[in-house]
Design a protein around this ligand. Sequence first.
Ligand code: 8X3
Length: 244
Amino acid sequence: MTSRTAVVTGASSGIGEATARQLAAQGYHVVVGARRQDRLRRLADEIGATALPLDVTDDESVRAFTEAVDGVDVLVNNAGGAHGLAPIAEADLDDWRWMWETNVLGTLRITKALLPKLISSGDGLIVTVTSIAALTTYENGGGYTSAKHAQGVLHRTLRDELLGQPVRLTEIAPGAVETEFSLVRFEGDAERAAKVYQGIDPLVAQDIAEIIGFVADRPARVNLDQIIVKPRDQASAGRFARRG
Ligand code: 8X3
């Protein structure tokens, strides 16, 4: 039984929740952070994790969270998401601000805050869940792709800056994963969200969680730098093989 501690952000649903379950099953002491406390506590009770309130866009919340965590071996930067799907010409500044705050500055805030603990663990690991949107652009996706690119650059820069320190860094860049992602992007429009995954066999949160579990359990010498994972039915951000 490992006594390693893993922090998972955005853990109240989707990839974050599945990752928390996966790491708990692998014997990690998991600290789950998210804004939605009711869901988070239910999850924590179920898997024997510690639930702490966390809003990665808020300095004070990140400070309190960091203080409450004794030691950290693994940080999974999962909090983030998309708001809207609009051409640049019609960009909603508030949507852009939200995406940059959560994906980019949120990752920066929590990573910076937990970095001393990750280094002093002697074998730290930072997994950042970006997206294929961190590697490509697509029409109407500028707010999200630019935020994901910036988040990816932050993560990859840290890989360089931490060279020589006992911290591994893995970027996971998923394509279409059926979670609440599209529901959030389309502000609760379930019909529009469902269309994103219509006629394809999308990835599910557990697929990503198992990859993170695999990454976490590699020996300290093994750094999986970047993992791109898409459904078989998806060739690129905009190309899907849809049935029916
Ligand atoms: C989600 C994947 O293709 O909608 O991160 O940008 S995509």
